[in-house]
Design a protein around this ligand. Sequence first.
Ligand SMILES: Nc1ncnc2c1ncn2[C@@H]1O[C@H](COP(=O)(O)OP(=O)(O)OP(=O)(O)O)[C@@H](O)[C@H]1O
Length: 471
Amino acid sequence: MRTAPTILIIDDETGFRGAIARFLSRSYTVHEAKTAAEGLRLAQELEPDLVLLDIGLPDCSGLDLLPELKEAKPSPTVIMVTAYEQVRDVVQAMKKGAFDYLVKPVDLEEFEVTVKQALEYASLRHEVERLREEMQRLHQRRTLVGSSPAFLEAQQLAIRSAQSPDAGVLLQGESGVGKELFARLIHAASPRASYPFVALNCAVFTPEIIESELFGYEKGAFTGARAEGKKGLLEAADGGTLFLDEVIDLPPEVQAKLLRVLEEHEFYPLGATRKKTVDIRVVAACNRDLWQACEEGLFRKDLFFRLATVQIVLPALRQRREDILPLARFFLEQFNDKYRKKFRDISEEAQHILLSHEWPGNVRELKNTIERIVLLEDDDLIFKRHLHFLPSTAGRRAAMAASNQAGFLAWEHMPEEGMSLEELERNIIQEVFERCGRNKSKTARFLRIPRHVLIYRMKKFGLERPPDSEA
Ligand SMILES: Nc1ncnc2c1ncn2[C@@H]1O[C@H](COP(=O)(O)OP(=O)(O)OP(=O)(O)O)[C@@H](O)[C@H]1O
């Protein structure tokens, strides 16, 4: 911890520099530099609270050095020191972020007051920055619920990877497990936090739209383009984080272009002749096995390695049942506030139902379940009757058994509230697995997928059994 504030004087006039250094060193830690180059080096090394910067330096103007000093993080507070004839430069200096200016020869009393004010301002700025960081930390704690070992491991990886400003992070896990939430938290905890977080879902657009959304275009780049052109998401995310959801659906030509951006930090908007430079970190998410897609030739391996410096697998909710009730209570509180309701807790019977449900839609399904109850009911506890719309495991099995009799897609046996495609896939795999005498090779042949793909999907859907219980 620093005791006295640190002041750096950058001035080539030995007499003046020495005199104010002696004056200031009674109360502060003082360092001196004779040139802009030495000043910049010391500023980077010492992170001074305040810089006294002469405009007329021998190797470059103090006005040119000022923006470079201000770019540092934390950036110092700067007071410009000028000779009388340079006073007109002061306006420019103030525009570039100087806190104040002093004209040589300085009046010591005025000098002391200005330095004090500048240091008070610097400490206020540091305090605001510290509080902002603290808020982010608290924010994370409040929004990310879960303490099962698998989830904690994922959180720990996310926090560690956030420390790097550019390591690619690939988040994998089923729909609704919290991949986007993790991406936002990685951004918020990273050195890029004060820059934008920009998200693109690659599964919902055509290849052409994805390309123009990402790279932007010049006016008249293609038929239907906006007359004034459009800034792309890469540019919008400059300095910050680009979140590519369902990255597996990135078209091959865009994969190649994105790889170039990540390697060279440059790209051409569609129809442009001039390159743009960007500095971004990409966090990608995918609810299938991206490496598997590489093996199948659907995704570039070189891009995979760029995106997946750190891979984080988020467990499905049914694989971390100890998180179900804390999450449910967290959402209960959140929706109590939103709908001004007074639910205090969850009855034991209702807890039992929540704990035994499979949650194929993961945390999103649990969140929607709690929201629906809080919105529609007026009680102080969540009771079993409030969860009537949640198909019980037994109900699901019955629907499955019925559809076994009648064929996979017997409409009349589908649950009334509908079924997600993932759930349907899970049921089909389970059914074929049973019909094939629980033999994985036979099941894979029947479904015409490689055996390892079947094993991956079974794991993902929680259909794996201990090895001795299967053929
Ligand atoms: N651990 C958690 N704590 C609190 N809220 C969570 C948690 N995980 C997920 N959520 C909430 O659940 C919802 C779904 O999460 P999110 O959108 O991040 O999932 P996803 O994995 O990105 O889904 P998809 O693959 O469908 O895009 C969001 O509202 C999110 O805030």
